[in-house]
Design a protein around this ligand. Structure first.
Ligand SMILES: Cc1ncc(COP(=O)(O)O)c(C=O)c1O
Length: 373
């Protein structure tokens, strides 16, 4: 018991779920309320105001009781119809998941392929849109969690997509709330994120903004889904500040508290904190002689740090040592990168102290494994 008490609190440094502040964790314990009563109506309105602030939009942002994949299915099922061509810049594991979801709704994904560690550029999307016209939608993963790559030209991509009359959908699951993604200013039709990454709450909800343009199209042709019908969520929201189906109340409470923290901090300060923590990570790795996985500096994510494993180091052993000795949990690579890179989540409540402790744990563990740096 005594040694348990001395053990430092575990740091969850995987790319989500991530560390959650005690105030947000405490919110989970609030007594449940009637999800069809006035207390919920007030809660939902306040959450909506916080989400619109975070997404930088005047359009509705729908909280869905499901994980991020459900949020992407919501976006895709409301836009993609059988036979539609959908352009997917393809540069990692989560891009493949987008393609599978498009296929599940009868769409035809057009994969615009890039090598792992690379990011698509706006002019490449534009060329593909011209070649493949008509394209119903472009779906972009704005931050590839599997490679630690961020798309630096999201704004320009949204612009060229709209100019070609297609919908622009962003899987911003691992960077909205850490990077600035001003949905209205950039013209993103559907932007998807989750509670468990940069927002700093537990998993359980996907959050999706929806543009007027999508709503107009839906009125002409309703979606072929019930649980994910945007029309249902919007009707319930507008008429009574409720969700059509039972919401996960504890996660709504936690999200409410996390959004309060976001507003107290302010967006600019939040984005700066994420940028600064990421650059401290990259500098720290460089000092240890470890290379970031994305070669182009501009592509390096501010929220998911992916790094090449040093020669001769086994990632499984490194991760176990970091966890057992230092209480710091990091992630391996995903898919074909499982054995060659490691990944660190730098999101939510990440701070200078958290970055320092993670880098120290990495350095100490590497040194125990015989790596000098
Ligand atoms: C970019 C991206 N898209 C989609 C997902 C899938 O989200 P979930 O596991 O919450 O369904 C993740 C999860 O890490 C992700 O990082």
């Amino acid at each position: 018991m005594a040694s348990e008490a001395r053990k430092p609190k575990t740091l969850l440094m995987i790319p989500g779920p991530t560390n959650v502040s005690p105030r947000v964790m405490r919110a989970l314990l609030r007594p449940l309320i009637n999800h069809r009563g006035p207390a919920f109506h007030k809660l939902y309105q306040e959450i909506e105001a916080g989400l619109q602030y975070l997404f930088q939009t005047k359009d509705p942002v729908i909280p869905l009781t499901c994980s991020g994949t459900g949020g992407m299915e919501f976006a895709i099922s409301n836009v993609v119809r059988p036979g539609d061509k959908v352009l997917v810049p393809y540069y990692g594991f989560f891009c493949e998941r987008v393609c599978r979801a498009v296929e599940a709704y009868g769409g035809k994904p057009i994969r615009l392929e890039f090598s792992l560690g690379d990011a698509p550029r706006a002019h490449q999307v534009e060329e593909a849109l011209e070649k493949e016209a008509p394209v119903r939608a472009v779906i972009i993963v704005s931050n590839e969690t599997s490679t630690g790559v961020r798309v630096p030209e999201l704004k320009d991509m949204a612009k060229v997509t709209r100019e070609h009359g297609s919908f622009f959908i962003a899987d911003a699951i691992s960077n909205l709330g850490g990077d600035s993604i001003p949905v209205d200013a950039w013209g993103i039709d559907l932007c998807v994120t989750v509670t468990q990454k940069c927002i700093g709450a537990p998993p359980g909800l996907a959050l999706v903004s929806i543009s007027e343009r999508v709503l107009e199209a839906l009125k002409k042709e309703p979606p072929r889904t019930l649980y994910f019908s945007a029309l249902e969520y919007l009707r319930y929201m507008k008429e009574r500040w409720e969700t059509p189906y039972t919401p996960s109340l504890p996660i709504f409470f936690a999200l409410h508290e996390a959004l309060k923290a976001v507003m107290e901090e302010g967006l600019e300060a939040r984005f700066r904190r994420h940028r600064e923590c990421a650059s401290t990570f990259y500098r720290g790795l460089e000092k240890m002689g470890i290379r970031a996985f994305p070669k182009v500096e501009d592509f390096r994510s501010n929220t998911v740090i992916a790094a090449m494993k040093p020669e001769g180091i086994d990632i499984g052993r490194l991760r176990s040592l970091m966890e057992e000795r230092y209480g710091v949990i990091i992630a391996s690579g995903l898919g074909q990168l499982r054995e060659s890179i490691f990944r660190i989540g730098s999101m939510g409540i990440v701070s200078r102290a958290i970055v320092t402790r993670t880098l120290e744990a990495l350095k100490g563990s590497l040194s125990s494994l015989g790596y000098g740096g």
